[in-house]
Design a binder for this molecule. Structure first.
Ligand code: MLT
Length: 265
């Protein structure tokens, strides 16, 4: 792990391997360890960069909303620092919101996109209200209650009952998240803009992946994105929920490597 100062905060990240760069952006409320298995699968051929977003993992938090544009700018500044002009940008869930915000702000820096278990729409009014309540709850009570409430929505019932190691891994990531980081990201997600129209302007190869049983960003959200992005294809992962890269690592990595082979053919 390395850290560097990016504007107002210290950002932690891993930068391993050599070759064309792939930047993996984690979801909420996780950290860069979400991508351990993808990093291992790619490092013999690619340069893999996994930041802890502002407020997550070992990166510092900041006060106020961390908007998806702020988080995308942090990623761009980290790429500047590392001398990476262009990369494959891959994000899961909130990481996907950040990847889309990145693609909108820095289109020439995107070689290809991987959008996993995510969506292009903004929050509904009801979802925004829930985010505000969750942000207050994180600040007043810490992450344990949020982790307990989120767990059954993140994984399939089968994983919850039969794979304690996956449950523990997801829960531990959530418990490690700083309440301030979670609150800032929640406010940022509530403010994010609707990118449904923007995505029809994307012209780079895009792979959309989603767990068949994703309860947070269901398959229908991915189908909508696929219908808008002319250069995209959709992969639905069986027996996976929202954190599909952890639940079905082999299927996820197979699709990822096949996609990267095509991008760099
Ligand atoms: C995530 O996994 O990043 C979040 O669940 C996304 C969201 O709450 O919209």
């Amino acid at each position: 792990m390395t850290t560097t100062r990016i504007g107002d905060i210290q950002i932690a990240y891993d930068d391993v391997g050599m070759g064309s760069a792939v930047v993996f952006i984690h979801g909420y409320p996780f950290n860069r360890s979400l991508w351990t298995e993808q990093t291992e699968a790619l490092t013999s051929r690619f340069r893999v960069v996994t930041p802890d977003l502002r407020g997550f993992g070992e990166s510092e938090a900041s006060e106020g909303a961390a908007t998806m544009n702020d988080l995308a700018q942090d990623v761009a500044k980290l790429m500047d620092h590392l001398g990476i002009d262009q990369a494959v940008i891959a994000g899961l869930s909130m990481g996907g919101y950040v990847a889309l915000a990145f693609a909108k702000q820095f289109p020439s820096r995107v070689k290809a996109l991987v959008l996993a278990d995510t969506r292009a729409q903004a929050d509904t009014e009801e979802a925004k209200q829930t985010r505000m309540q969750q942000a207050e709850k994180a600040m007043s009570e810490g992450m344990a209650g949020i982790a307990d409430a989120m767990l059954p929505k993140l994984l399939t019932p089968e994983t919850v009952s039969k794979r304690p190691e996956v449950v523990k891994r997801v829960r531990d990531m959530m418990l490690k998240t700083k309440p301030q980081g979670a609150a800032s990201a929640l406010l940022g997600m509530a403010q994010r803009e609707d990118l449904t129209e923007f995505i029809s302007t994307i012209r780079v190869p895009t792979m959309i992946l989603v767990g068949r049983e994703d309860a947070i960003t269901p398959v229908a959200d991915s189908e909508k994105m696929q219908s808008k992005i002319a250069t995209s294809h959709l992969v639905v992962l069986e027996n996976a929920g929202h954190v599909s890269n952890l639940e079905q690592t082999a299927q996820f990595n197979f699709a990822l490597l096949k996609f990267l082979d095509r991008v760099f053919a």
